[in-house]
Ligand binder design. Sequence first.
Ligand SMILES: [Zn+2]
Length: 309
Amino acid sequence: MSPILGLDFGGTKLAAGLVDSTDGAIVRSARRATPVGGAEAGIAAMLDLARTLLDPLSIRPLAGVGVSFGGPVEADGRTVRRSMHVGGWEALPLADRLEGALGISAKVANDGDAAALAEHRFGAGRGVRHMLYLTVSTGIGGGVIVDGRLYRGERAWAGEIGHMTLRPDGPPCPCGRNGCLESLASGLSVARAARERLGLEPSSTLAALPADQITARDVAAAAVQGDPLARAVWDEAMGWLGLGIAAAANLLNPGRVVLGGGMTDAGALLFDPVRRIVAARALDPALEVVPAALGGEVGILGGAALMFD
Ligand SMILES: [Zn+2]
């Protein structure tokens, strides 16, 4: 079978991989820093990476190219609305451009949607028909799988669980609103909450760090050591995360909720409280909350999984 080219265009890195279209194995991959010179530089870099992967001695035709893109994509699955990370990508017909340059069919999805597809096809979501995926990282993204397929919604705004309002008077969110799940439980919001409380609890072990450099990872580490401030900040964030997942689960009744992203490196510190709250709030007693399985390859595999969708 011909391999699929999976592209992962993120905030810091651009990665490409040749993915075996039968079992999803990554045959070969390459990466570089995300080009900042707008869409033309970005597309040129994508094509460069693709060429480095295609061995001229054993060229097999590609079955297609799929892109996991760090920014919203139109419901057509072809046009980028903008990048969340670099300028110059507004209303860019990315699939058309790749099809023109490579002569194969192309599809595009935002990174949350692509990761959901990848985990469902190749990772922790295998075997369920309906799945909810969340990336819990500096921000919170997500994707919804219904009947084995990506559910984008009428205008492709579905799955934005990070912007579910949980506390209308809550902290500001990067989306311009207040009290979204992302503003209460993302890595950036955990770090911000810890910084804000340090003034009230200067005895915290976190006070030994430069305040502007405290990360969610530092808060998690201090919480494990029993630091009361870190514990309180972490537990509060996990409370909101569990609440958001339970609310989404009561709407969608997924067979499984898959959590990926850097915050899930905290392991039981994240999953134990989240599972407890989900068990208390979700109506389906059989709902599972499990860690993602694909790690740093999820973007390449997500791009490739688009070609199966
Ligand atoms: Zn928001």
